[in-house]
Design a binder for this molecule. Structure first.
Ligand code: GLC
Length: 806
């Protein structure tokens, strides 16, 4: 068949001249059809099609023999677009886009993408079909910055790398190991000249060679199925990522508790150990929201059961944990023990819910419980059945679900997953082999889980965590980066992964704090906790037999330090919640590379050891052993220290970063919303703290609030609190403009102003601030106190206050 490929190339040179166009693998060109947004070339046994999908997104699909699988990633349907030109002449088919043009030559199957200035940025040089799949090679026209591709080791910039898309369980993965648990075949080219995204939507084994073999060539191959490519254009990287996330969907708003600190290990058991853990947090006043139960809570690793010996009274335990302000997340793996006395197995058999070998027998493979069968998550009926299995866990009071081993991982097959000929049924009832759909198994498990929880508890926002995933999986679950290692190198890798996973459309991501395998030094653990404060999913987790990893397990000095670090997460919660809300709406990452906001800054493309948290905070975590300072690059204009308002200009700075202190900077002109520390999100913080960073004499900001657990926000039960502050001639004003009707239950508000320069402080200190409601009526007049770098005043919270002058 390789020979066929070569023939194709030779055939390709002939081009389409309106008469005898012929393609070696696809046969004769029969006709070309053109509509307002679609161009199709019909060959005897294949159909290349170009479709203007959405503004700025073109879909190129080349089906051979049979129709392509329905996408698991793409949720949008093609839009009815107007104002875009579709042209087809004898030799060329073309489309004008807002940010460039795309031309396709059906005879030679060449495709060319030019930017808005008419400059060539990407050419599909050749595409070869054979029995081993399809290979496409692109000329990248000198591009050298590539990001995305989901969870990958490899250098931060993927240029010069080769990698594979094949979801794989690999515990204690080495720093260069590939592939891992998740596959997102979305490659983002981004540099100061421009950006585009290539989404190769095919869940079979696929590979990328990004200038590794030939410096100017990107080679993509997929082992099965049709060639499916979305070219996502945009005026900058942010717009490309936004458009990609419109295509594949946004993260849903999680419950607020899922943003708190979370404690896990393999495993906390029995019940009393779990209760002691909960008391341990509360006694030491270390905030924590969630405790995880790993596989030992089950009866012989049978999913959806409780160990009668170790968890005899789960409901009672959960009630106590809830009273203490904890939520509980339980692990659920796909492997269902093949045991005729086990109800879940029996009911799945009745529903025909498990995947089968070609002979029709159920496929049986070993995971934790021994011999298991595996649900066919691609199939709607199986997903529904699966979703209903969560009933008993919910009845006991479990709050969230953790889906693991869903690559799927199988211990006793040669390829450590399903044999490639295992049959699965897609939503349409179409039968496919595992080889065609391997990379979506985990994502479809998370989907089945989420859809089940939504059905069973329709008023609650579900929390699902998954290890394996595919593009679009952000719609169903948060993800973590699997079985990493306790080392500084892995701490660095975690951040590199977050940045690339984020631009691959998945904002809700985290790593096992401290490293899953191994035992971190006290210092490494604290540094990892520090990074965790600014990580969307913040969970400590460790393997079987690891040393205790609770925040107080490292001695008194570190207990204090770790408490202060976790306290910071809770102080920042209003900002973090707002960042989630923004990501839910625009699909941009929460932990984001500098180039998203500073696309014209060359440095921004190099840095993977600092990041923007949302668009107003820059975080430069310490990722090296024994470091006491850090070189930090600040893009744009002026920044102020989060902690004390010290001003710093654009450029490189060496800043202090002793253990426990993460350098964090706030963009000048920002009002951040923080709060007083609570022990969990179930507790209402007393004080909302507005931190006004106003070296340039003005600042604004907004914070989002809602009930944190239901969908009432969709019906107007939310608050977007917009605030603007101006300082002028020793006077200041702060104006509030609320949207929505939700009223947070804070008792007080503190306004802390960092005017940048100390000389301004004395102008305000000692004066009073006048609080007014709409209409001008004065409420109260707190006295302004002066601190070292800031002035501040505190007053009782009232949703009525519309302006403050001072
Ligand atoms: C896998 C998971 C890990 C979990 C363990 C036991 O290794 O990645 O997080 O603790 O299985 O369930």
């Amino acid at each position: 068949m390789l020979v066929y490929g070569l023939i194709l190339l030779i055939g390709a040179q002939l081009g389409f001249n309106g008469r005898a166009a012929q393609n070696a693998t696809l046969g004769k060109l029969v006709k070309i059809e053109k509509s307002r947004k679609e161009l199709s070339a019909y060959y005897q046994s294949g159909k290349p099609k170009l479709l203007l999908f959405k503004p700025g997104i073109v879909h190129i699909s080349i089906e051979r023999d049979s129709a392509a699988l329905k996408s698991f990633a793409v949720i949008e349907s093609p839009e009815n677009l107007t104002g875009h030109k579709v042209k087809a002449t004898g030799r060329k088919m073309g489309m004008d886009l807002p940010d460039g043009t795309i031309e396709f030559m059906p005879g030679s199957m060449k495709l060319s993408f030019k930017d808005a200035n008419g400059k060539e940025v990407l050419d599909l040089e050749d595409i070869l079909f054979s029995d081993s799949g399809v290979v496409a090679r692109f000329d990248i026209h000198g591009a050298r910055n590539f990001y995305g591709l989901g969870e990958k080791t490899l250098p931060y910039n993927k240029y010069g790398s080769r990698c594979t898309m094949w979801n794989t369980d690999f515990p204690a993965y080495p720093l260069t190991y590939d592939p891992l648990y998740e596959s997102i075949p979305f490659l983002l080219k981004a540099d100061p000249k421009g950006a585009y995204g290539l989404f190769f939507d095919n869940p079979s084994r696929a590979s990328f060679d990004i200038g590794a073999t030939d410096s100017n060539t990107l080679a993509y191959s997929a082992s099965k199925g049709a060639f499916q490519l979305y070219i996502v254009t945009g005026k900058n990287p942010a717009q490309v990522v936004e458009r990609f996330s419109q295509l594949t969907g946004k993260m849903n708003m999680p419950p607020r508790w899922a943003l708190g600190y979370q404690q896990s290990r393999w495993s906390y058991y029995p019940e009393q150990t779990v209760l002691n853990l909960a008391h341990g947090f509360r006694e030491r006043s270390i905030p924590c929201d969630v405790i995880y139960l790993d596989i030992n809570y089950m009866d012989g690793y049978r999913c959806f059961t409780w160990s009668p010996k170790d968890f005899p009274t789960p409901k009672l335990m959960l009630d106590t944990l809830h009273d203490l302000g904890f939520k509980v997340v339980t692990i659920i793996d796909p492997g269902i023990k093949a045991d005729s006395s086990y109800g879940v197995y029996e009911s799945g058999l009745k529903k025909g819910a498990f995947v089968r070998e070609p002979s029709g027998k159920y496929f049986v493979g070993d995971v934790w419980p021994g011999a298991c069968v595996f649900p066919d998550f691609l199939n709607k009926k199986a997903r529904e059945w699966w979703g209903n299995q969560y009933k008993p866990l919910l009845a006991a009071g479990v709050d969230g679900m953790w889906n693991d081993m869903n690559e799927p991982s199988v211990f006793n097959t040669p390829n450590k997953t399903f044999p490639l000929n295992v049959m699965e049924k897609t939503g349409n009832g179409e039968k496919v082999t595992h080889a065609e759909v391997h990379n979506v198994y985990g994502m479809q498990m998370a989907r089945a889980t989420r859809e089940g929880l939504e059905r069973l508890e329709p008023d609650k926002r579900p929390f699902v965590l998954t290890r394996s995933n595919y593009a679009g999986g952000q719609r169903y679950s948060a993800m973590w980066t699997g079985d990493n290692v306790s080392s500084y190198a892995h701490l660095k890798l975690a951040l590199t992964m977050f940045l690339n996973i984020g631009v691959s459309g998945q904002p809700f991501v985290g790593s096992d704090v401290g490293g899953f395998v191994g035992n971190p030094s006290p210092e490494l653990f604290s540094r990892w906790l520090e990074l965790g404060v600014f990580t969307p999913f913040y969970r400590t987790h460790s393997t079987w037999g690891s040393k205790p990893r609770e925040p107080w397990a490292f001695g008194a000095k570190y207990t204090k330090l770790n408490r202060e670090i976790i306290d910071r997460r809770y102080e920042l919660l209003p900002e973090i919640y707002t960042a989630f809300r923004n990501a839910h709406l625009d699909g941009l990452p929460i932990v984001r590379p500098l180039y998203i906001d500073y696309p014209y800054d060359k440095e921004a493309y190099k840095l993977s050891d600092e990041f923007l948290f949302g668009d107003r905070m820059l975080v430069a975590p310490v990722l090296d052993s024994a470091a006491v300072d850090k070189d930090v690059y600040l893009p744009g204009k002026k920044w102020l220290s989060f902690y004390n308002g010290t001003e710093l200009d654009r450029g490189w700075h060496k800043v202090e970063a002793p253990l426990g202190h993460t350098p964090v900077f706030v963009k000048d002109g920002t009002i951040l919303f923080t709060q007083s520390v609570v022990q969990s999100t179930s507790e209402q913080a007393d004080t909302l703290v507005l931190r006004v960073y106003a070296a340039g004499a003005s600042a604004d900001g907004k914070a989002y609030f809602d009930d944190g657990e239901t969908y009432a926000y969709r019906h107007g039960d939310y608050l977007m609190l917009n605030a603007v502050c101006e300082l002028k001639n020793a006077r200041g004003t702060l104006l509030f403009n609320p949207e929505g009707r939700y009223v947070p239950r804070y008792k007080y508000v503190t306004v802390r102003i960092y005017p940048g320069s100390v000389k301004y402080l004395s102008r305000f200190a000692g004066k009073t601030a006048m609080l007014r409601v709409a209409g001008g009526k004065m409420l109260s007049a707190p006295v302004i106190r002066s601190g070292e770098n800031a002035v501040e005043f505190t007053f009782p919270f009232s949703p009525e206050i519309s302006s403050i002058s001072f």
